[in-house]
Design a protein around this ligand. Structure first.
Ligand code: SAH
Length: 370
């Protein structure tokens, strides 16, 4: 994307970063992302990220209630498959407006013993969003608690744990390396002669960048550190986790750093702290990291395959029959979640489970249609 200097907004975080770079030198893309998303004063995810129809971006649970309902039923089935434990932590990472959990808990009311077993924990960095979640879940009949960071997951009681993360993995900062004529270099952010933010390469020992293949000059590779999250989940009683995100099944080259504000893409350097900033999720790298942390993996499959195997069409038709006035809206929402050229294929679902658990539902090979 071209970077029109006139589009640079002098946001409070831009000023803070420029001062830091002037003082300490260029910062890596990962440090830039971390600041944009989590700066304690100005980070995008410390304020109230704008999630919803008229906001910066819209997510699956905000599109259709069927999404959260199916995941709620999925949770109840997994709970049964792990032996219906009397106590279970149900954790959602990055719950946004709390809509997924509200719909999930409503659907799971059909399994009262599950409801009795569940304690819900929401892991959320944004104080304003925690307030929205409290409001959304005010009618919940189960206990609901909050944590402000994934590192605190260690504090949860030692009991079986289910974890949900829709559009959470993409919020973890990623680094980029770029192939120069001198080899691979870390990509960073510096100041141009006019004092504006620009991409640069940072001199660093090649060894620090890890082993990488050759690449054409200008080629970009992205890496994200999933290890702290996986370490926070590892080493406890059974864990079954579900992550849904946009990304690729195999590690693939290329620059996917993207800023989105008001449903529109903008240059990643133009409004630090005021736009959502992401790098696509590399599900192959995530699987490798999860296996190294002693988990088994199910999938990834596409969102359409996952929701299809959980019976989204049947659930939608029952809902439409019961609410004729809402039928058109339900149909549109479900079509959007399943779209073969949109969310249905761009979003992938991956299951992560302790080695002693059976494969998670929704990931079995799909029956051949012919
Ligand atoms: N799951 C929601 C929201 C996705 S947006 C939905 O599908 O609608 C990402 C969410 O993760 C937001 O709630 C954001 O505030 C939260 N978040 C971002 N970084 C986080 C972090 N490091 N720890 C916990 N929550 C985080």
């Amino acid at each position: 994307m071209s970077y029109d200097p006139d589009e640079r907004r002098d946001t409070p975080l831009a000023r803070k970063l420029k001062e830091r770079i002037r003082r300490d030198g260029p910062i890596s893309v990962a440090e830039y992302m971390r600041a944009c998303l989590q700066d304690p004063e100005h980070g995008y995810y410390r304020k109230a990220p704008a999630i919803g129809a008229g906001a910066d971006f819209i997510t699956a649970p905000e599109i259709s209630q069927v999404f959260g309902e199916l995941i709620g039923l999925w949770c109840a089935v997994v709970w049964q498959e792990i032996g219906s434990p009397e106590k279970l932590n149900l954790v959602e990472l990055g719950p946004g407006r709390g809509t997924l959990l509200r719909d999930a808990l409503r659907a799971a009311r059909r399994v009262p013993a599950f409801e009795r077993a569940v304690s819900v924990f929401l892991v959320e960095t944004s104080e304003p969003l925690r307030a929205v979640q409290r409001e959304t879940l005010s009618g919940a009949v189960v206990s609901v608690g909050w944590l402000t960071e994934t590192a605190s997951l260690h504090e949860l009681a030692d009991q079986p744990c289910m974890v949900l993360g829709n559009e959470f993995l993409d919020t973890l900062p990623a680094s980029q390396i770029v192939r120069t004529e001198h080899g691979w270099r870390e990509r960073g952010v510096a100041l141009d002669t006019a004092g504006g933010l620009v991409f640069c390469t940072i001199e660093r020992e090649e060894g620090d960048l890890g082993g990488v293949d050759n690449g054409e000059p200008g080629a970009v590779r992205e890496r994200r550190s999933f290890e702290p999250l996986l370490a926070a989940l590892a080493g406890r009683p059974p864990v079954a986790a579900l992550f849904i995100d946009y990304g690729h099944v195999r590690t693939s080259p290329g620059d996917t750093l993207q800023a989105v504000r008001g449903h529109r893409a903008e240059h990643p350097l133009s409004g630090p702290g005021e736009a959502d900033l992401t790098v696509q999720v590399d599900f192959e790298a995530f699987s490798v990291a999860a296996r190294a942390a002693s988990f088994a993996i199910d999938g990834p499959v596409t969102q359409a395959e996952f929701l299809g195997s959980l019976g989204i069409m049947q659930r939608a038709s029952r809902l439409m029959a019961a609410n004729p006035a809402k039928a058109a809206a339900i149909e549109t929402g479900v079509a959007r979640l399943m779209s073969p050229t949109g969310m249905g294929s761009r979003f992938k679902v991956i299951g992560v489970r302790s080695l002693n658990l059976p494969p998670l539902p929704g990931f079995a090979a799909l029956p051949n249609s012919d």
